[in-house]
Ligand binder design. Structure first.
Ligand code: ITT
Length: 195
């Protein structure tokens, strides 16, 4: 079995790129950013599901680079908000203000109704095939921001060990995160297909 060892990541998000590298490098996969691969694009994410948006991003970059590509569409789904912000997580608030806005919107929600999960859907495309895989991370939304690691909603997302994702080290987060789980699925699937 020959494991393909280079993948272009169709993303403009430096934190996603860093996490994918931390997770895939030990598995022998080198992650090249779309910028490094010379694919300067930001397609409109007009899908209504994580899978649609992940495919939109992966295929836009695949059309340029013509080698194996992944894209990640992800977001935070809050039960008491009927799954919002969901696929709109990146557009919910200006960057850096998402946690404050979410805490304000949830200020009257009691402790037993603050369940939430992160979802990450990864689209994969190469010359022969395309597919998506997904991962989740289940937890709840705290009452304050805690921790300075990670990005996005990490400071308000409490995991069952009592820490927010922003209080965990990169390694701790990657072991249990939606992105970690989705990328493990991706690796499994590529191995099954003999890549
Ligand atoms: P690309 O489309 O270029 O990959 P993006 O940031 O626009 O980058 P998305 O459209 O998938 O990506 O939006 C995902 C948003 O969900 C992201 O901007 C964060 O606000 C949030 N998010 C996703 N994964 C997260 C994580 O691990 N920790 C905290 N917030 C996360």
């Amino acid at each position: 079995m020959t494991m393909m060892n280079k993948i272009v990541f169709a993303t403009n998000n430096e934190n996603k790129l860093r996490e994918a590298r931390e997770i895939l490098a030990p598995l022998g996969i080198e992650v090249i950013s779309q910028r490094e691969a010379g694919a300067d694009c930001e397609p409109e994410e007009n899908g209504v599901t994580f899978a649609e948006n992940a495919m939109i991003k992966a295929s836009a970059v695949y059309d340029i680079v013509k080698c194996p590509v992944i894209a990640d569409d992800s977001g935070l789904c809050v039960e008491s908000l009927d799954g919002r912000p969901g696929v709109y997580s990146a557009r919910y608030a200006p960057k850096g203000q998402e946690c404050a806005k979410l805490l304000a919107e949830m200020k009257d929600i009691p402790d037993n109704s603050r369940g939430a999960y992160f979802q990450c859907t990864i689209a994969y495309i190469d010359a022969e095939k395309y597919f998506t895989v997904s991962g989740k991370c289940v937890g709840e939304i705290g009452h304050e921001e805690r921790g300075t690691n990670g990005f996005g909603y990490d400071p308000v997302f409490l995991y069952n060990n009592g820490k927010t994702l922003a209080e965990m080290t990169a390694d701790e987060k990657n072991k249990i995160s939606h992105r970690g789980n989705a990328l493990k699925e991706l690796y499994k699937k590529l191995k099954e297909k003999g890549e």
